[in-house]
Design a protein around this ligand. Structure first.
Ligand code: HMG
Ligand code: MG
Length: 303
């Protein structure tokens, strides 16, 4: 446990990854309100929206309106941009943080963003070169361990992509465990290669919890000193181009783990659980945080 970070930055993904795959449209005000309510729980970093084709992902068609409806101050709002058009829209919306997209596997990249891995890497290069000088770039490498179409991925290849992205000027590389199949052994092998080539302070993790491995995988990442983690309140989420994938690790479960390990995070866990449970109730969604369910049950038993 010697390399555990003192503090972890939690980036909240519920308003983007959490709802992008839902069929029923969530009203714009409810999306902005979710960000505001989670900001009130002291979350300061948000994977907030994506500027993608509304034909591909209708739920994100109101991304600019969602951003303009957020009233919380002093928070970091990240917009995903798959191409130059996305970058333009993010800049128009006033964002200075964008997430750029690639993947380890060609099959996933083609289905997700209609580009090969090579094409998506070159799109990223152009976005970083053409983006405003004050813009911060977070690159996601999806299917970093497993692809829904091509199976297990080569850690050495993922490390090569990560190293290239950092050389091209991205500020952070997030390893996307898109379909939640990886176990700690897979994450260990991936981090062996990635951390050999990329400084740990540039690496973050984005674990989905489909197979119930996300907390175990988070412990592996923490033990390697990784201090940037995505999570989704209530465990909401999935990718429209990764059939069957469930949400990110629940923010409440992640924060419970960090508390137990004595790692600072600044997040008000009970408030997050209350916000996410109410949001799920209002929109007919399943609330998927085990720590949150337990805490809210204990709270109502004590009331
Ligand atoms: P395409 O069809 O090849 O795009 O899609 P195109 O360049 O040929 O343009 C076609 C039309 O889309 C045009 O409009 C463009 O203006 C418009 P038309 O003339 O037909 O009216 N268009 C756009 N509109 C809004 N925003 C844009 C944009 N770009 C073009 N940025 C494209 C290519 C990338 C656009 C499409 O494939 C797409 O939008 N993909 C996004 C899919 C997506 O959002 N996936 C989920 C997010 S990734 C994820 O969840 C993984 C992650 O969580 C990590 C992990 O878990 O691993 C991050
Ligand atoms: Mg994801």
């Amino acid at each position: 446990m010697s390399e555990l970070p003192d503090r972890v930055t939690v980036t909240e993904s519920s308003s983007r990854d959490g709802i992008q795959s839902l069929g029923a449209h969530i009203p714009t005000a409810a999306k902005s309100g979710l960000i505001d309510d989670l900001a009130a729980a002291c979350i300061t970093s948000f994977d907030a929206v994506s500027f993608v084709s509304p034909k591909w992902v209708p739920q994100m068609a109101d991304a600019a309106e969602v951003i303009s409806g957020v009233t919380a101050k002093g928070i970091r709002l990240i917009g995903l941009v798959p191409n130059m058009r996305g970058l333009e829209l993010a800049v128009e919306a006033g964002l200075t943080d964008v997430g750029v997209l690639t993947a380890a596997s060609d099959a996933f990249a083609e289905k997700n963003i209609n580009a090969s891995v090579d094409e998506s890497m070159h799109r990223i290069r152009r976005i970083v070169l053409d983006g405003p000088l004050d813009m911060r770039f977070r690159a996601y490498i999806s299917t970093a361990t497993h692809c829904p179409y091509e199976g297990e991925q080569d850690p050495d290849w993922v490390a090569h992509l990560a190293e290239t992205l950092v050389e091209w000027g991205v500020d952070e590389v997030f390893l996307g465990e898109t379909i939640g199949k990886a176990t700690p052994a897979h994450v260990d092998r991936l981090l062996d290669e990635v951390l050999d080539r990329v400084p740990v302070d540039k690496v973050g993790v984005h674990f989905h919890d489909t197979y119930g491995q996300a907390i175990a995988n988070t412990v592996v990442a923490l033990n390697r000193g990784i201090d940037k983690m995505d999570s989704s309140a209530g465990g909401l989420g999935g990718c429209p181009y990764a059939p069957g994938a469930s949400g990110n690790v629940a923010t409440e479960d992640l924060v419970w783990l960090l508390d137990g390990l004595g790692i600072e995070h600044g997040v008000d866990l009970v408030t997050v659980a209350g916000v996410a449970q109410r949001f799920c109730g209002e929109h007919g969604l399943t609330y998927n945080s085990r720590a949150g369910r337990a805490l809210l049950a204990a709270k109502s038993a004590g009331d």
